[in-house]
Design a protein around this ligand. Sequence first.
Ligand code: C2E
Ligand code: SIN
Ligand code: SIN
Ligand code: FE
Length: 398
Amino acid sequence: MGRRQELEKKQSLLSRFGASIASENRLESLLSRIAQQVCQVLNADRCSVFLMDQAKGELWTTVALGMEEKIFRMPLGQGVAGQVAKTGKSINLKDAYKDPRFKEDLDRIINYKTRSVLAVPLKNREGKVSGVFEVVNKIRGMFTEEDEGLLSILSTMAASFIENATLYEELRKSHLETIYRMALVAEFRDQKDTAKHLRRMSRFSEILALTMGFSHQEAEDLRYAAPLHDIGKVAIPDSILRKPGQLTPEEYEEMKKHTIYGSKMLTNAESKLLRIASKIAVAHHERYDGSGYPYGLKGEEIPLEARIVSVADVFDALISERVYKGAWTLEDAKQYIKAHERKLFDPQVVAALLKSFDLLVIAMEEENRRMGLEGEMSAVLVSPPQDRRNRSKGLDHK
Ligand code: C2E
Ligand code: SIN
Ligand code: SIN
Ligand code: FE
């Protein structure tokens, strides 16, 4: 290839690189998109983007292990990438295993043999090192000085996108956390394990949605909207909400209004998440056969998100202890959902529950562990203690 052609090729590679990464604003997908593009441009077999975690004094990157993405971390100053991050200077090695700066840890994890490696610093707007770009195993020959220049350009181009995505991620996280904490406030008076119930039912909702073919984004939105389903309970008096026994018909009528209250609190929201939450709040007690409340909507008249949350919420309510009832076993809860297919629940959602049951149990166990109650819970689920068994299975007023 002539010099001129080569330049033109490079230019078009660079502009394609810019266009390709400009369309991603989620940090994780941005990083893997960048790595993939950089590999192509530099004819490398493998590429990593390491980012600095200032608080921990570490670099981290995502590595693909089969179907899974794992986070790999290493201390600043260690390995090739760690050196580059510390000094701000590029490193170009022909034979990594002969250089004491190279660390084999990542190779070992992904079962790989690094030969040549080129690593350049990633600098932010203020010129401070915020990460490292690393390309490994040039397809033919070794990485040249020209490659080094090219990688530096790519790294500069990518830096501002990474910075934006990081800010966006921050914002998103704080938005989600605020929503979640709002939900906690609402259920705080209701039951002692509010946080656990909310985490579990929203994980269940996400898993059911994924099983039913929602995209990852849609399923995640549902996950974060779901905890707000009972926010209207803040307006229900303690004498009803915390009543240890069964509600009178009048009390139950009052209780049912939590759906209307919830939708009023969330009405006309700007944010997409809150709009989904509003639909769920008003419709999560509707029943597939039209016998639910507040409006007696039937089948597809009930928003799909609410049909999903209804299954997730009732399933988790059944396996949980409440002021008015003991905890059911997983098996009993599953049978209950199955038995009420088409009456209470959308058959599609019930099918998803049966199909993903193992995943639901794993998610439940994860959340229980996170809340530090694993021992207690598994004891309850495997064999209900006598006193719980004897307690009312509850809600016979319906
Ligand atoms: P929750 O405790 O979060 O329960 C949510 C839904 O799970 C219930 O909606 C019901 O569909 C299902 N569920 C929960 N426990 C049982 C059970 O033991 N048996 C059966 N068959 N289903 C169960 P529902 O019935 O519309 O109740 C809405 C909310 O009203 C409940 O939320 C709870 O806060 C309150 N509630 C309902 N019944 C009683 C009661 O007898 N006493 C008290 N104190 N509160 C009640
Ligand atoms: C290193 O940077 O020393 C190890 C990381 C790698 O093998 O890519
Ligand atoms: C809960 O999730 O509300 C309680 C779980 C239990 O101990 O049964
Ligand atoms: Fe509810």
